[in-house]
Design a protein around this ligand. Structure first.
Ligand code: FAD
Ligand code: A2P
Length: 273
């Protein structure tokens, strides 16, 4: 981090109990990046959960935001996939982190996008936009995902092709993964789409579900409450619209304490919400 940035916002001081060290950073577009940090030895989490991470503010207090852990529960490090909000209190600074810097990570994982919150089923649908892919980057690398389901369908929609790159690279890496490569086999059906730039598949997740296009393209039956389970992660508007569609297919929303056919989590808190 440059000295001018340090003047306003410094990485966590090494003596802070919740400081973790950055081990890798990759910028995917001018709005998206991913990074990896050391994992606290005591941290146990379920793939799909989120934690609070951040940097030390110049007022001497931690500036923390919710982040889905994008790495699976078995990984020795933790991975995150982040937006860069130009004037965002945290990400305007976080986007400049480099290997060796430290971030603050509160080791209290929570969240609803976990296997325990769904009843057993045949197919698992992972439905996301933008950075809503992050919890699914964890679940796509989780062995339980393939032990529990015959088929896993990953729908990810962004405005432009470049915004799909993190998800695309992750899906491509699965086949060679020594731990889960064989388990994934041909169970995973990846269905990325764009809405504002030409791509081989286009359209909103919502439109591709209601029109039946995704079922036709993947040669799958229409979603039904007996066989299909879903996890949803996007903007509030996306989540509201997808929830209504899933309910239209007869699925009911579940929670950790009350497992049902689908679960929802916000990828971010939007303006005025
Ligand atoms: P903020 O003041 O927090 O946000 C400013 C504005 O930027 C928001 O009002 C919204 O309009 C927009 N915005 C914020 N986050 C996003 C986003 N991810 N995509 C598009 N627009 C956004 N963010 C991630 O990048 N990766 C994650 O894995 C992630 N997981 C989250 C999990 C949960 C449960 C929640 C509630 C939020 C999550 N977020 C995630 C959002 C994150 O907490 C911050 O909002 C984000 O890092 C921006 O922080 P900021 O301080 O720079 O700006
Ligand atoms: P669109 O381009 O048609 O608005 P954003 O960048 O605004 O967060 O959007 C990310 C992706 O999510 C875009 O492809 C966008 O499509 C899509 N999207 C936005 N709102 C909804 C919604 N309510 N339902 C389904 N898809 C949505």
């Amino acid at each position: 981090m440059s000295s001018s940035a340090e003047a306003t916002l410094s990485p966590a001081k090494p003596h802070l109990p919740d400081a973790q060290t950055v081990t890798a950073v990759k910028h995917w577009t001018d709005r998206l990046f991913s990074f990896r940090v050391s994992r606290p030895k005591s941290l146990r989490f379920r793939s799909g959960e989120f934690v609070m991470i951040g940097l030390m503010g110049d007022n001497g207090k931690p500036l923390l935001r919710a982040y889905s852990i994008a790495s699976p529960a078995w990984d020795e490090e933790l991975e995150f996939y982040s937006i860069k909000v130009p004037d965002g209190p945290l990400t305007s600074k976080l986007q400049h982190i480099q290997v060796g810097d430290e971030i603050i990570l509160r080791p209290k994982p929570v969240g609803t996008l976990v296997h325990d919150a769904l009843l057993p089923g045949k197919r698992l649908w992972l439905l996301s936009t933008g950075t809503g892919f992050a919890p699914f980057a964890s679940l796509l690398r989780e062995p339980e995902t393939y032990e529990k389901y015959d088929q896993v369908i990953m729908m990810h929609t962004c405005r432009e092709v470049a915004e799909l790159a993190y998800g695309q690279a992750l899906v491509e890496s699965l086949a060679d993964d020594p731990l889960i490569g064989e388990m994934v086999g041909d169970k995973l059906r990846y269905y990325p789409t764009t809405t504002r730039e030409p791509f081989h598949h286009m359209g909103r997740v919502t439109d591709n579900l209601t029109s039946g296009k995704v079922f036709a393209d993947l040669d799958l039956p229409k979603m039904n409450p007996e066989e299909d389970r879903a996890m949803v992660c996007g903007s509030l508007a996306f989540n509201v619209d997808v929830k209504a569609i899933l309910e239209g297919f007869g699925l009911h929303e579940g929670a950790n304490s009350d497992p049902k056919q689908f679960v929802v989590e916000k990828a971010f808190v939007g303006d005025g919400i």
